[in-house]
Design a protein around this ligand. Structure first.
Ligand code: HPA
Ligand code: MG
Length: 220
């Protein structure tokens, strides 16, 4: 399969925040809107179609949401997959699972990945697993998660990530389905966070220095 994604160029400066509905409490903290929510949804609908077309119907599929950042993409992707399932000649049994990992403080990866919650993964055995993630940055978190999941002997594992960052720190990992390839900037909104803030923002935005200072772990 040739990988298809929307490429956001490095020199794309985004859209002014005063052209969008932004919560008042974040107005000072954002540089620009980089991917409006409507664009995210349109792209998600197409990813759902691509996933559905290559689904192996002979085994059930376990959709695994990587919390917390993946929950919006997961919710919207599953909405489109359910629609396809209900309206096509083929269909595939889908189960829903959650896993919670921790690897970031501020905008820095701590380098170690811990499973800090979620479902019992033993029933992934023999199933097709679809991992749903918000963002691949260095790729180390996903590489470690895949090693963990493989211990449960799934029939197959595919990964869908809404965003993939172009960064020199990439370990080379590429997911099976990509929404957008983005510049090396810290993005927030649509469930992506900075120290747990900005998940309540609809659009994917670039945080500014004021936002980093206000919500950084060294401030109160
Ligand atoms: N934003 C939010 N979370 C992240 C990012 C990002 O740019 N990169 C890795 N985790
Ligand atoms: Mg994530």
């Amino acid at each position: 399969m040739t990988q298809c994604f929307v490429k956001i160029p490095d020199d794309f400066s985004g859209y002014p925040i005063d052209q969008f509905c932004i919560p008042k409490h974040y107005e000072q903290d954002l540089e620009s809107v980089i991917i409006p929510k409507g664009f995210v949804l349109d792209r998600t609908e197409r990813i759902a179609r691509d996933i559905f077309e290559s689904l192996d119907q002979s085994k059930p599929t376990a959709a695994l949401c990587v919390l917390k950042g993946g929950y919006q993409f997961f919710n919207d992707l599953l909405h489109y997959l359910r629609q396809l399932n209900a309206n096509s000649n083929k269909s595939c049994q889908l189960s829903i699972d959650f896993i919670r990992l921790k690897s970031y403080t501020d905008d820095q990866s701590t380098g170690n990945v811990k499973v800090i919650g979620g479902d019992d993964l033993s029933h992934l055995s023999g199933k097709n697993v679809l991992v749903v993630e918000d963002i691949i940055d260095t790729g180390r978190t996903m590489t470690k998660l895949l090693a963990i999941l493989n211990q449960y002997n799934p029939h197959s594992i595919k990964v869908a990530s809404l965003l993939v960052k172009r960064t020199k720190l990439s370990c080379g990992y590429r997911p099976d389905y990509i929404g957008f390839e983005i510049p090396d900037k810290f993005l927030i909104g649509y469930a992506l966070d900075f120290n747990e803030y900005f998940r309540d923002l609809n659009h994917i935005c670039v945080i500014n220095e004021e936002g980093k200072a206000k919500y950084g772990s060294n401030s109160n």
